[in-house]
Design a protein around this ligand. Structure first.
Ligand SMILES: Cc1cc2nc3c(=O)[nH]c(=O)nc-3n(C[C@H](O)[C@H](O)[C@H](O)COP(=O)(O)OP(=O)(O)OC[C@H]3O[C@@H](n4cnc5c(N)ncnc54)[C@H](O)[C@@H]3O)c2cc1C
Length: 506
C-alpha cells in the first residue's frame, strides 16, 4: 500500500473530533498484552495516567474474536497466564476460561474504568515539537471521531488482523455450492450435525476444530493438509500441580513452581530440537504411531519435512485429534487442491473430496501495528524501514514500545518482561526530566548486517513468510533482534542500560 492509500484509508471520518483527552500512556488493545500492560503500569508506575483503547466491544483480543468449535490455548496457562496471577485450572484452557481469568485481573485491579471499547484507532501522529502522539480513533458504535494525545504509545495490538483470516484463492471457489467458513469468522448459525466437512490446514486451529467437530455430531470431518505437522500429546494436567494442591500448598507458590518446571522442560526440549533434531523428530513421530496403530500411514500424514520447532509445535491435549481419527469420525488426506468443484474439491492426485462445509484453517493475515497509519512530524512512517531494538522499539520512532511475544514459549512471558521494561523506562525518564526516547543505531552498529525480522531457517510459518516485507528489520546483534529466547531475555531485560548510546533522549 502506498503512503497516499494509507493516509486516505486512515482519515477517521473527515470530521473534527468530538473530544480530545490527554494521557501519559495510551495502550492499544485489551488483549492479554494490553490488560497485562495496564496492570504493570498501575502497579509499577503509580500516578501515571493511562487509557486502553480497544476496537472490539469487550476485552480478550484473540480469545474473544475466535469462536470456532473447541477454541483453546496450545500452550499451558501457567506460563500463558501472567506472572502475577496464579492459574488454577487445567494447563490447556478454553477461550472462555482465559477470558474469565483476564476478567478477574481487570476486576481485582480496577482496570475496567481505564478501558474504552468500540474505539478503533486509525492514525497516530508524532510531533517532535510537542513531544507527544495524537491518536485519532473512530467509535465503532456511534461512528464519532475522537482524539487522544499521549506521551507514550504502548502497542498491545497483537500481530494479525482480527476482522478476517487468510484464505488463499483457489480456482472454482465460486462454483462450490456448499458453505466456505474461515475459523476466524465462524458463523454463529453454522450447523454441522451429520454433515460432511473438510478442514483445510494442519496447524493448531485445524487440530482443534477437527476433534471438536468429531466429538459433536459431525457426519465426517476430513483434515486436508498439503504437508504434515508435528504434534505433541499428553494428559491435560500437570502432575506436580496436582501433587502440590493435594499438599495444600498456596496457589501463588504452585503457580511459580509449576511455571519454573514448565519453562525448564520447554527450554531443554527446544535445545534438543537444535542439538539432536533427528532424535526428537523420531520421538514425536513414534508417539503418533503408538496412538494410531501399526496400520496407519504415519509416513504420509504425520511425518513432516521440516525440523521440529521450525513452525509452532502444537500440543494436543488428551490426544483428542488422534482419538477422533482412530474412531473413524475424522480422517486425514495429504494432497494439494487442484480446484474447488460444485460439490467439494478436486485434488492434484486426481482424487475428489465431497463436502457440505469447507473450513479454511489457512492462517492469519499478519498486520503491523493494528493497521494504524503512523506519521512522524507529518512524514508517513513505514515500520519496514526501521530496525528493531530487542523486538520492542524501532529506530527513529519515539516513545513507542510494541509487545511481540514468543513463538516457542508462551506469549505472555514476554508481555510481562516488556511491561517491566516500559515501567523502568518511564520511571527513568520521569526522574531525569526526559520527555522523549528514540532508539538509533550506534557508531559500532553502522556496519551491522540488516536482516528480515526473523530468520526463515529458524522459524517460518506461512503468515510470517507472507508478511515479512511489512515487518521491521533486525540486526545481527542480539540487542537489535527479537531473539525468541526467554531464558536469555529474562536475565538481559532487567539489565538493559538506559544510558546506552542506543537511546536518544529529548
Ligand atoms: C487461535 C489462537 C490460539 C493461540 N494460542 C496461543 C497459545 O496457546 N499460546 C501462545 O503463547 N500464543 C497463542 N496465540 C498467539 C496469541 O495471539 C497471543 O498469544 C496473544 O493472545 C496475543 O495477545 P495480544 O494481547 O498481544 O494480542 P491480541 O490477542 O491480538 O489482542 C490485540 C487487541 O488489540 C485490538 N486492536 C488491534 N488493532 C487495534 C486498533 N487499531 N484500534 C483498537 N484496537 C485494536 C484488537 O481488537 C485486540 O483485541 C494464539 C493465537 C491464536 C489466533
Amino acid at each position: 500500500m502506498n503512503d497516499a492509500a494509507i493516509l486516505s484509508r486512515a482519515t477517521p471520518t473527515g470530521s473534527d473530533p468530538v473530544s480530545t483527552e490527554h494521557f501519559d500512556v495510551l495502550i492499544v488493545g485489551a488483549g492479554i498484552s494490553g490488560v497485562g500492560g495496564a496492570y504493570h503500569l498501575q502497579t509499577q508506575c503509580p500516578g501515571t495516567s493511562y487509557v486502553v483503547l480497544e476496537m472490539q466491544d469487550t476485552f480478550g483480543g484473540t480469545w474473544w474474536t475466535h469462536k470456532y468449535p473447541g477454541i483453546r490455548s496450545d500452550s499451558d496457562l501457567h506460563t500463558f497466564g501472567y506472572r502475577f496471577k496464579p492459574w488454577r485450572g487445567a494447563p490447556i484452557a478454553t477461550a472462555e476460561e482465559i477470558r474469565r481469568y483476564m476478567g478477574e485481573v481487570i476486576e481485582e485491579n480496577d482496570i475496567a474504568r481505564h478501558i474504552r471499547y468500540h474505539h478503533k484507532i486509525l492514525t497516530a501522529q508524532w510531533s517532535s515539537e510537542d513531544k507527544q502522539w495524537t491518536i485519532d480513533a473512530r467509535r465503532t458504535d456511534t461512528d464519532e471521531h475522537v482524539r487522544f494525545t499521549a506521551n507514550f504509545l504502548y502497542m498491545c495490538q497483537g500481530y494479525y488482523r482480527h476482522d478476517q483470516g487468510y484464505t488463499p484463492q483457489w480456482d472454482g471457489m465460486a462454483d462450490y455450492k456448499g458453505r466456505i467458513v474461515h475459523p476466524q469468522t465462524w458463523p454463529e448459525d453454522l450447523d454441522y450435525t451429520g454433515k460432511k466437512v473438510i478442514v483445510i490446514g494442519s496447524g493448531a486451529t485445524a487440530a482443534t476444530v477437527v476433534p471438536a467437530m468429531a466429538q459433536n455430531g459431525v457426519g465426517h470431518v476430513t483434515m486436508l493438509q498439503r504437508s504434515p505437522t508435528y504434534f505433541r500429546t499428553g494428559r491435560n494436567a500437570i502432575e506436580l500441580a496436582e501433587e502440590l494442591r493435594r499438599l495444600q500448598v498456596d496457589e501463588v507458590w504452585i503457580h511459580e513452581i509449576v511455571r519454573r518446571k514448565i519453562l525448564f522442560e520447554q527450554d531443554a526440549f527446544t535445545r534438543r530440537t537444535f542439538q539432536e533434531p533427528e532424535k526428537v523428530r523420531q520421538e514425536l513421530i513414534d508417539n503418533i504411531r503408538s496412538l494410531l496403530g501399526p496400520d496407519y500411514d504415519v509416513d504420509t500424514h504425520f511425518t513432516p519435512r521440516y525440523r521440529p520447532w521450525r513452525q509452532r509445535l502444537a500440543f494436543v491435549p488428551d490426544a483428542d485429534l488422534f482419538t477422533g481419527i482412530a474412531s473413524g469420525k475424522a480422517s486425514v488426506v495429504t494432497d494439494e487442491i487442484e480446484r474447488f468443484t460444485e460439490t467439494g474439491l478436486l485434488l492434484k492426485s486426481g482424487k475428489t473430496l465431497d463436502a457440505d462445509i469447507i473450513v479454511t484453517a489457512t492462517g492469519f493475515d499478519l498486520c503491523v501495528m493494528g493497521d494504524i497509519a503512523f506519521t512522524i512530524d507529518g512524514e508517513p512512517l513505514n515500520f519496514a524501514d526501521t530496525v528493531t531494538y530487542r523486538g520492542m522499539m524501532f529506530t527513529g520512532v519515539p516513545n513507542l514500545v510494541w509487545v511481540f511475544g514468543y513463538f516457542r514459549a508462551s506469549w505472555t512471558l514476554r508481555a510481562d518482561l516488556v511491561g517491566d521494561f516500559v515501567c523502568r523506562l518511564l520511571a527513568d525518564m520521569k526522574a531525569n526530566g526526559r520527555r522523549s526516547v528514540t532508539v538509533r543505531l550506534r557508531d559500532e552498529d553502522q556496519d551491522m548486517k540488516i536482516l528480515p525480522w526473523i530468520d526463515e531457517e529458524n522459524f517460518n510459518p506461512g503468515y510470517m513468510m507472507r508478511g515479512m516485507h511489512l515487518l521491521p528489520k533486525r540486526g545481527e546483534k542480539d540487542e537489535w533482534a527479537h531473539t525468541q529466547d526467554y531464558w536469555n531475555e529474562k536475565d538481559e531485560f532487567p539489565k538493559i542500560d538506559l544510558a546506552d548510546k542506543a537511546f536518544v533522549y529529548g
